[in-house]
Design a protein around this ligand. Sequence first.
Ligand SMILES: C[S@@+](CC[C@H](N)C(=O)[O-])C[C@H]1O[C@@H](n2cnc3c(N)ncnc32)[C@H](O)[C@@H]1O
Length: 280
Amino acid sequence: MLSYRHSFHAGNHADVLKHIVQLLILQSLKQKEKGFLYLDTHSGVGRYSLLSAESEKTGEYLEGVARLWERNDLPEEVAFYINELKKINRGEKLKYYAGSPLLAVQQLREQDRAILTELHPNDFPLLRQEFAKAKNVVTKRENGFQQLKSALPPKERRGFVLIDPPYELKEDYELVVKAIEEGYKRFATGTYAIWYPVVLRQHTKRIVRGLQETGIRKILQIELAVRPDSDQRGMTASGMIVINPPWQLESQMKKILPYLTDVLVPEGTGSWMVEWITPE
Ligand SMILES: C[S@@+](CC[C@H](N)C(=O)[O-])C[C@H]1O[C@@H](n2cnc3c(N)ncnc32)[C@H](O)[C@@H]1O
């Protein structure tokens, strides 16, 4: 079943959190000269029109990236993310949103490379076309979870894997943990980030428990909620679980999350957390 389309959700509050964390990890990798591999297991199409019928239907970006677009008090980490989006908008108006592969490819240097996988029969051709001319980028219509076995360890011995499944199948909550185990076995020094939604808190807890049971150390959980947990339909929060995070990430996120919560959730129902699932 592949019914999830990211075009309905591009630029929402969950994308904002995910992509700020993603960019901070990439910035930290670039502090060393040596090249790295960026592996995006669930890429989507790379670029989204916020004027599309899908985007207009949900209007989710209006309560996400649009709330940051014209602010002049952005913390530097958030300003960096907005500037990366300004590059693809070429003007003052917010019309396009960059997905995780495009944000990442914008960061690559000569010595870095990316592998981008996407399974959807309509989305994959758009992804392939978006990066047809990009250097050091390979797009594959393959199962992203399998890449943790086939693409690791990278020859560079440095890398960042983003795992961002749609969770339309409940088994994704287990597959992300299995994927981490597979990846970690082959490449224990890599940085891995799992994006997760909070729809029902017990599903999120399954990921956390599963990761604790692997015995892997240095796992940081970062979350932004727009409403308290609920058993009604709908996503109340989202987060990123980062294995082997860069050392600055914890303090960077503790600094910017109060700002993001205030600006993205002016209704006052928001909250945030940064906690170690397992420390060093
Ligand atoms: C949440 S979206 C990705 C968004 C993207 N990472 C971003 O931040 O811009 C999830 C994507 O995974 C794709 N997908 C679902 N199952 C997959 C699988 N097993 N392997 C690769 N892609 C998959 C879906 O078609 C969808 O485009």
